[in-house]
Write a protein that binds this ligand. Structure first.
Ligand code: ADP
Length: 401
């Protein structure tokens, strides 16, 4: 069984073709500048097939982008499948499922309507996801499509964790509550940790740190998300590449008044000019920041220090929510690849049984147990694989399991 996984943005579209049973990746790539001019990247994972790197191909709409993907996948010379019939289903990443979706679902007209109703909750993301789904439906009629939501995994959070302390009618009428994101990643790495440790997930208290360009920490008790750092939107929680994370909301009013800014200008600053970029003045990219800090840049050092401190505190808070912690997991760009940041974040948590091993921790981008032998809490590095989760959910729903 082959599943095409689609992650559609407003002008870009990431794709992977994979077999969820064998976990074999056949090809992956990216369509960029859709609606502008069109750049196409294709990385076949089969020996002897040639890749394409940001080549110019006109993609006026998402439908053209999908056609380009399909034509390339079945290309007699460099394709990885013989015909479109070898694509059994398509899995779509959808950012916001609101309270309507606690699981992945087969896309029907009613489901499309419900995803559209979630647009106010994710005005930048859901419209692009919908465009991606419609484009696939147009180009691949009759092929089952499944929606996999970033928010679904967190629907197990209890009301005390998801309720904001504002008048309750804003929750009942407007749906303002904590939703949480990165759900497929937190779900994947927590399950994978249970497999690696050969323990049933039902007995484990797991804290997952998804640290990338966007970052979140999740508390997973018995396999269920019970507390997470991202909120109503992905702006909440940890400071990120360009996002501010949790701040005192009065800052918004203060900035508007003192700098004569509109709400749009302030929100643009908090979303795109804050976080690591804003504090360091150097970059939003952690590799650039580590380099600048090594070269003595004080603000880059401060940005890293602040990020590690806030992540460190969130781990404590996630453990408190579960009255304990058995497993601590690091994943995503920074979590998988930066031993320095992992060590800084995990240091000073020995009071709750977390001890990181300096030498074991020197791994990048592969699964490893990096805690000391006498650490009560197992610390794991696990590369995330959101596409595999999407493909597996899609396969089981499309085959009616
Ligand atoms: P996204 O949220 O966009 O999916 P990723 O999970 O790919 O982001 O993470 C991107 C971040 O990971 C970037 O800030 C990048 O600098 C960081 N990163 C990647 N490799 C390394 C590395 N070797 N050392 C430190 N940071 C890294």
């Amino acid at each position: 069984m082959n599943i095409l996984v689609i992650n559609a943005g407003s002008s870009s579209l990431k794709y992977q073709l994979l077999n969820p049973e064998t976990e074999e990746l056949l090809a992956k790539g990216l369509c960029e500048r859709i609606g502008i001019d069109g750049k196409f990247t294709y990385k076949p994972q089969i020996e002897g097939k040639e890749k394409l790197d940001a080549v110019d191909i006109a993609m006026p709409t998402h439908a053209e982008a999908i056609k380009t993907v399909l034509n390339t996948l079945v290309d007699p010379k460099n394709g990885v499948i013989a015909s479109m019939k070898e694509i059994d289903a398509v899995g779509h990443r959808v950012v916001h499922g609101g309270e309507k979706f606690a699981h992945s679902v087969l896309i029907t007209d009613d489901v499309m309507k419900a995803i559209e109703e979630c647009i106010p909750l994710a005005p930048l993301h859901n419209p692009a996801n919908i465009t991606g789904i419609k484009a696939c439906q147009e180009v691949m009629p009759g092929v089952p499509m499944v929606a996999v939501f970033d928010t679904a995994f967190h629907q197990t959070m209890p009301p005390r964790a998801f309720t904001y302390a504002i008048p309750y009618e804003y929750y009942t009428q407007d749906g303002i509550r904590r939703y949480g994101f990165h759900g497929t990643s937190h779900s994947y790495v927590s399950k994978r940790a249970a497999e690696i440790l050969d323990l049933p997930i039902e007995v484990l208290k797991i804290v997952t740190c998804h640290l990338g360009n966007g970052s979140s920490v999740d508390a997973i008790a018995g396999g269920k998300s019970i507390e997470t750092s991202m909120g109503f939107t992905p702006l909440d929680g940890l400071p990120m590449g360009t996002r501010c994370g949790s701040i005192d909301v009065s800052i918004i009013e203060y900035l508007m008044e003192n700098h004569n800014m509109t709400i749009d200008e302030v929100m643009n600053i908090l979303n795109k000019k804050s976080g690591m970029l804003g504090v360091s003045g150097v970059s939003s990219d952690f590799r650039d920041l580590e380099k600048a800090a090594d070269e003595g840049n004080e603000r880059a050092k401060l940005a890293i220090d602040m990020f590690c401190y806030k992540t460190h505190k969130r781990i404590g808070s996630a453990a408190a929510a579960m009255n304990g912690i058995d497993v601590l997991i690091f994943t995503a760009g920074v979590g998988e690849n930066s031993p320095e940041l992992r060590e800084k974040i995990a240091s000073g948590l020995d009071f709750m049984g977390v001890k990181i091993d300096h030498t074991r921790n020197m791994v990048r981008g592969k699964e490893a147990i990096v805690s000391t032998d006498d650490s009560r809490v197992k610390i794991l590095v696990i590369p995330t694989n959101e596409e595999l989760v999407i493909a597996q959910d899609t396969a089981s729903i499309a085959s009616g399991k």
